[in-house]
Design a protein around this ligand. Structure first.
Ligand code: NAD
Length: 355
């Protein structure tokens, strides 16, 4: 049986990771876990949020299940998530958004998949701090070479989008649509404004679409896409987006299916796969036993499918669906009575697993 790298993370991470480990262990698949700290606990013990042995473990085991980790805003270390995705070349972030019966939502039926490019765009980390020497040089260059006048009190983040990364992710989205017999792929962009970054994205996407004529395709500006998603989400199916829009739109889609507490995700590359919920470390509820573990448990369902353990994946997903339909409910899913704790939700899912 496979050994999986388990990174509980910080904030609510350890709570939802322990609930997830409990339900996966109850399936009896014999998965072994190699547990490693990342984020705040790793800074305390190893002096760095992403110790090299965590990456080594994922490289050896090929598959990881990860809880959320905190990224301080503005200062401090760069995002561990971004570093992981770049180090392991996890070029695709895939976030299926399915509405399960019983989950409160404005809609009756939602079944979308958001495919997000995971390695470049504004997340690549090419940034120039306001007031820095580097930024002064860049301002000088932009003025001298191109006549652009940027005010002295500006900070600059660079948005690189390449033909090769776009090709890879659009191709991935089409292959996924074919494999799962989905109706169409919708590509979101803002090429009317960012002609040389989103322009590359749109042009490359249109070229790839030509080779997948058996799958429906449309390209739409990302602002209009946001409008359609909250108006007629049933008009959409697989959505492919560059990194930043993908981040925003996948949270929007999580809102359509009951919120971050039920939104799973995975980061895939050619060699490695890291499964993690869409949500963050939720410091506002950490340590209170209130976190909904279902997003991470559904991420484990995706992991089991990736490991070719489909019968176990189905058993676990059915048990989650049964609990979502009949209760108990955690705080974020607005129960009528007192909310169930993280551990009680895990216990209810284990009880529904059946033989
Ligand atoms: P968040 O997702 O942590 O929280 C947003 C809101 O959703 C909060 O009100 C929170 O209580 C609620 N929420 C999130 N997950 C929940 C769950 N499982 N059950 C119940 N309620 C839940 O987003 P944020 O507050 O913007 O970010 C907090 C930290 O997490 C930041 O440092 C951010 O950078 C980090 N983050 C990490 C990841 C990751 O590790 N993959 C992803 C997103 C954000």
């Amino acid at each position: 049986m496979p050994t999986i790298t388990l990174v509980p993370g910080d904030g609510i991470g350890p709570e939802v990771a322990s609930a997830t480990r409990r339900v996966v262990d109850a399936l009896g698949t014999g998965i072994e876990w190699e547990v490693h700290d990342a984020g705040i606990p790793a800074i305390e013990t190893h002096g760095t949020p992403l110790p090299p042995h965590v990456l080594d473990s994922i490289r050896t085991n090929k598959v990881a299940l990860k809880g959320p980790v905190t990224t301080p805003v503005g200062t401090g270390f760069r995002s561990i998530n971004v570093a992981l995705r770049q180090e392991l070349d996890l070029f695709a972030s895939v976030r299926p958004c399915r509405l399960y019966p019983g989950v409160p939502s404005r809609f009756a039926d939602i079944d979308l998949i958001v495919v997000r490019e995971n390695t470049e765009d504004l997340y690549e980390g090419i940034e120039f701090e306001c007031g820095s020497k580097e930024l002064e040089k860049l301002r000088g260059y932009l003025k001298y070479m191109h006549g652009y006048g940027t005010p002295r009190d500006t900070g600059i983040s660079v948005k690189p989008i390449s033909v090769s990364a776009t090709r890879a992710i659009v191709e991935y989205a089409f292959e996924l649509a074919k494999k799962h017999r989905r109706r169409k792929v919708t590509l979101g962009h803002k090429a009317n404004i960012m002609k040389f970054s989103d322009g590359v994205w749109l042009e490359t996407g249109l070229q790839r679409a030509e080779e997948y004529r058996d799958v429906g395709f449309d390209a739409i500006q990302v602002d209009e896409l946001a409008m359609w998603l909250v108006w007629h989400p049933d008009d959409l199916d697989v959505i492919v987006l560059p990194n930043l829009y993908g981040d925003i739109i996948s949270d929007l889609c999580a809102g359509l299916i009951g919120g971050l507490g039920v939104a799973p995700g995975m980061n895939l590359g050619k060699d490695y796969a890291v499964f993690e919920p869409t949500h963050g470390s939720a410091p506002d509820i950490a340590g209170k036993g209130l976190a909904n573990p279902i997003a991470m448990i559904l991420s484990a369902v995706l992991m089991l499918r990736h490991l070719d353990l489909s019968p176990a994946a189905r058993r676990l997903e059915d048990a989650v669906a049964a609990v979502l339909a009949a209760g108990p409910r955690p705080a974020d899913l607005k129960p009528d009575g007192p909310p169930a704790t993280t551990a009680e939700i895990a216990g209810a899912i284990v009880a529904r697993l059946g033989g």
